[in-house]
Ligand binder design. Structure first.
Ligand SMILES: Nc1ncnc2c1ncn2[C@@H]1O[C@H](COP(=O)(O)OP(=O)(O)OP(=O)(O)O)[C@@H](O)[C@H]1O
Length: 254
């Protein structure tokens, strides 16, 4: 038997985070964090308030500079790159606060996020070509807003605005999508649809989500990482993490 036949082929992680630390005036908000995210994986980061979850996303998207460690995306080091270059490399992030244009239609909001529409010249000479229209329509269908394409965004419900923002990220076809508390403030039915949406968008890309709603986490997560005081307390399948006594003590038991 050859050696190759013995080993099981592991997927190469899309995102590799190793020994990541950020210190704010000596306080380590993220402390020696190592995690790997696979292609097509939905990873959910949970943990108590102040555990460092948002800071991890800030570090990956270049908003905050790490003190030390590695962040590699598809083999490319992201540390030291500008936020813009990180987006360009294929990492999209949705923040908690919406950044849609309320007085533009759903169509226009999506259209503006098409990569060609983004530079000054792109915006000036932007043409509503069939490929743009097709892409806007395809994304609108994914985010449940086909019937709202001609409505201005201010008429959308809170949940629909959140979907629109996810749609604007998807227009750029990122390979890693990061979502910070995507279902906060949503109704039960909007949560269910958001879960479907996340399970759909992880086909062909990876999704990293911060979430507090455990019922929602159960429905979307391939794997869960529990953060506590900037470090990983536990990691694995939701069932295992949920029954982990350490996790119950610091987080789920409260
Ligand atoms: N720029 C900063 N300067 C100083 N301290 C910071 C900074 N950013 C975050 N922190 C601190 O780092 C810790 C982790 O914060 P972070 O927002 O990442 O936690 P979190 O797990 O996302 O919490 P929550 O669930 O409340 O959103 C907190 O104690 C916070 O006050």
């Amino acid at each position: 038997m050859s050696h190759q036949a013995i080993g099981v082929e592991m997927p190469k992680p899309v995102l590799l985070v190793e020994d990541l630390t950020v210190s704010f005036d000596g306080f380590k908000a993220v402390n020696n964090l190592t995690m790997y995210i696979d292609p097509n994986e939905v990873r959910v980061v949970i943990g108590p308030n102040g555990a460092g979850k948002t800071t991890v996303l800030d570090l990956i998207c270049g908003k905050t500079r790490a003190t030390s460690g590695k962040i590699q995306f598809k083999g490319k080091e992201l540390m030291g790159m500008s936020e813009h270059a990180i987006v360009h490399a294929g990492v999209g992030r949705k923040f908690q606060t919406p950044s849609i244009y309320e007085n533009l239609t759903v169509f226009e909001n999506l259209e503006m996020s098409f990569p060609r529409g983004r530079s000054v010249f792109g915006a000036l000479f932007f043409k509503r070509t069939p490929d743009v229209i097709d892409r806007v329509k395809a994304i609108a269908a994914e985010i449940f807003l086909t019937d709202m394409l001609d409505q201005t965004a201010d008429l959308l419900s809170h949940g629909q605005k959140q979907w629109l923002e996810i749609g604007m990220l998807l227009m750029q076809d990122p390979e890693l999508v990061m979502l910070d508390e995507p279902v906060a403030g949503m109704s039960v039915s909007e949560r269910e649809k958001t879960a479907l949406l996340i399970r759909k968008i992880c086909e062909g890309r990876s999704v990293l989500v911060i979430e507090h709603d455990m019922e929602f986490v159960k429905t979307i997560a391939d794997k869960v990482t529990v953060l506590h005081q900037g470090q990983i307390l536990a990691e694995g399948k939701m069932e295992d993490v949920q029954s982990n006594p350490k996790v119950i003590e610091v987080y789920l038991g409260h």
